[in-house]
Ligand binder design. Sequence first.
Ligand code: FAD
Length: 289
Amino acid sequence: MIQKLLAEKHFSLSFEIFPTRSTTNKSLRIILKMIVKLERYHPDFISVTFGVGGINKKNATEIANYIKIIGSRALSHITAIGYTKKEVKRILSDLYIAEVRNILALRGDISPDFKSAQKGKPDFKYARDLIKYIKDDGRFCIGAAVYPEGHPECPDLKKNMDYFEQKIDAGASFFITQVFFDNSKFFNFIDQVKKRKLDHVKIIPGIMPVYDKSLLEKILHLSKASIPENLKHIRDTYEGEDFKKAGMEFSIKQVDNLLKNIPDNSGIHLYTMNKVKYIREIIKTLNIV
Ligand code: FAD
């Protein structure tokens, strides 16, 4: 269980991967090969995302099972929005059969289409409702998402902290942050966590390598993460290969700064975007493993 492992270690290294939309054997094989490459860096766990509404649920479960088979720990994401309790019960059973014991419990993003199609009271309104449900099931270790800069639907940092606390009360024992590029936002958040005496739970900063300008723009738009001056300069000055080089230098410095300043009880979670090459560059340059 990840909670036990995190309690025993001062530093953890983990990765996030996502199942492709394609369900062909070929695309599954590509993902499995990528996992083998990531395994060389001895991650403490590899998390596997889950599309809202369960797109690629079967693939995600197979991938998590494979991570387990090759001797690593899998953290399977579940997004609750649109699901009934009965459906989540089924998903939990499938994951349990696939030997997955760790779940990142999320609400998921609500699309406008989904909002208009929704009828009646949902079984899971917020992530905390899913966390409570999985906690009552009793078979899994539960993690959840946290937002150092607030959530796009709720920029109020005080409320954001209240909801974080509700997730702990519901049963989440560790957290992974939304992507951020300005480390000071993360450190401010950790200060607030300490002030609220909630620092007994592990909060792992989630970092995305910067190698593609349009991807960066997309993530900035979706997450509403702030962009520090040095990254803004890179975005506004470079294109193509020059952007990639400058972006990766930025990411390496960002992770280096985190490694030097994160609290003892923490780690690094790298959003791989399914591109091992950039993860390798960060890990090798900083000699993380
Ligand atoms: P919640 O904590 O329920 O928050 C949702 C909104 O409700 C927020 O605005 C929050 O402020 C507000 N809120 C929370 N509790 C209350 C309350 N009691 N009263 C009033 N308002 C409240 N998405 C995917 O589709 N698949 C994935 O695999 C996936 N993985 C992710 C992994 C990480 C580490 C992170 C940070 C995000 C991930 N997401 C994923 C995105 C996530 O689903 C969205 O950010 C989603 O909008 C919120 O999910 P949540 O679990 O944080 O929800």
